[in-house]
Design a protein around this ligand. Structure first.
Ligand code: MN
Length: 492
């Protein structure tokens, strides 16, 4: 375990002594907090936060986020108080850990697509004050999925379902394509074990064949491009199984492997800041491998996907007439495709610390990128989500910021105006609940009924034994029209 921690240190490559001390302290703290706790696998619990921190380091996130990863379960599972984290590690880290603890109780309900998107939007907004909370949450989930084998099978299914329905789409929305693919494949394995095994078996020869073809093409393309003085790195990527499975089920494919051209795709990664080299490479490749008519070229550089994905995709006739997909992108686009907003975030932070591009390059950090750009992307994403519901079309991010997102103890999200009180909350949950209000707790503490709720609060209504009439003076402080209407109705 100590070995793993050293690996984390190596990955972070910290250059300040205070930073290293803070990390050591966090590791010490996590070990003590989880002392004696075990995971289902029988491993010491602290392995989990350590692995979470390692994932965050791989995503090149800042030290505060990595430390938040180390400490992410100390509030929830070890009963540590936020105040304690604050004094020891500062408000930034304490805030992140608390954020992760809160988010962990959010459940996203709703089978309909628009309901789901709406819930996703709420979840996002509840976390929008600091996106790093989402990254910790995703890293946490990724490690939990990797070790899901240790859990009883009913819990495996439940967690896998949640991952497939919430966390994988969330990763996709954040442009973290690789993370999404891995989360989906792990979920697939537990949710549809028979289909999974069957697909592994029947797809094997297809993967093998495609890999062989790509090996030959790779050598040739490297040579062709080198002759034109274009320097590239080439990779091949295997299509993730879950993605293959859903593609095979599409009506136009109908299970026909012959119609899947990207089971293994070739990636041509051009040096940074050289978009023209992407187009030159495309031209050179087409000179040797003819593009397939009608299947065509998708230029996601000129027109990025809504989540920001950029690349040129082309399908060409490879050796023996096999159709092969080639993806061309710059180094920067590649990083973004793998890590999405995390890549933007990491870069923005490093930049903010005043590191030069040279230093960033040296540290393997993201390629130059204005901090504003990811903020813009956030806003674009925001708008895209809003579009999914007509009534939200007019509502912009700024307006939404003045809404509160509060949670029931079960983790359901409720969207209330800024001045809402526990009484508003009760009526938002159910009119029926309004008839049983005896008192209220916010974040576990008893509050008055006119208490103003804040985003992120967990609200619990203390119920009376029998139904009772609402009190007239509630009308003086309730903020929602729904609560007003129901109270008036009951008083009549
Ligand atoms: Mn955890």
């Amino acid at each position: 375990m100590e070995e793993k921690f050293l690996e984390l240190k190596r990955k972070l490559n910290l250059d300040k002594k205070e930073e290293e001390e803070l990390l050591d302290e966090a590791w010490q703290f996590a070990q003590e907090a989880h002392q004696g706790q075990l995971r289902f696998s029988g491993d010491p619990y602290v392995i989990h936060p350590l692995e979470t921190a390692l994932i965050l380091a791989d995503w090149k996130l800042d030290l505060a986020t990595v430390i938040a990863g180390l400490l992410h379960d100390t509030i929830e599972d070890a009963g540590v108080k936020k105040e304690k984290l604050e004094t020891k590690f500062g408000s930034d880290i304490a805030y992140l850990v608390e954020g992760v603890s809160k988010v962990s109780s959010i459940k996203l309900r709703g089978s309909k697509e628009d309901q789901f998107v709406e819930n996703l939007r709420k979840m996002f907004l509840a976390m929008a004050r600091d996106l790093r909370v989402v990254f910790v949450k995703l890293a946490d989930r990724l490690h939990n999925m990797r070790t899901l084998w240790a859990l009883p099978s009913d819990r495996q299914k439940k967690i896998a379902r949640e991952t497939l329905e919430i966390y994988a789409p969330l990763a996709e929305r954040l442009g973290m394509g690789e993370v999404k693919g891995v989360l989906e494949d792990l979920s697939f394995f537990y949710l549809y074990p028979d289909e999974y095994q069957k697909l592994v078996k029947i797809s094997k020869p297809y993967y093998k064949e495609a890999e062989n073809i790509i090996k030959t093409m790779r050598q040739k393309i490297l040579r062709y491009l080198a002759e034109e003085k274009i320097r590239v790195v080439m990779q091949s990527r295997k299509k993730h199984l879950y993605s293959l499975w859903t593609k095979l089920k599409r009506p136009e494919i109908a299970g026909d492997f012959g119609k899947i051209y990207d089971i293994v795709a070739l990636r041509v990664i051009v040096e940074d800041n050289n978009i023209p080299a992407c187009y030159s490479s495309l031209g050179i490749i087409h000179n040797f491998y003819k593009p397939v008519p009608y299947l065509g070229i998708s230029d996601f550089i000129a027109q990025p996907k809504p989540n920001g994905y950029r690349s040129i995709h082309t399908k060409v006739f490879g050796p023996k007439g096999k159709i092969v997909e080639i993806q061309i992108r710059t180094q920067k686009m590649h990083q973004e495709a793998e890590y999405g907003l995390a890549a933007h975030w990491a870069y923005g932070e490093e930049k903010a610390k005043g590191r030069s591009d040279f230093e960033l390059e040296k540290r393997g950090a993201r390629a130059p990128k204005e901090k504003m750009e990811w903020v813009n992307q956030l806003v674009r994403w925001q708008e895209e989500l809003s579009d999914s519901k007509e009534y939200l079309e007019a509502v912009k991010f700024d307006v939404l910021r003045h809404r509160n997102f509060v949670f029931s103890p079960a983790g359901d999200v409720y969207d209330l105006p800024a001045d809402a009180t526990p009484v508003d909350f009760a009526y938002a949950v159910h009119t029926h609940l309004g008839n049983y209000i005896k008192g209220a707790k916010v974040n576990g503490r008893i509050v008055s009924l006119d208490h103003k709720l804040k985003s992120g609060d967990i609200v619990e209504i203390i119920k009376s034994k029998n139904p009772q009439k609402p009190r007239r003076d509630w009308l003086d402080f309730v903020a929602t029209s729904a609560a007003k209407r129901e109270i008036k109705k009951a008083l009549r």
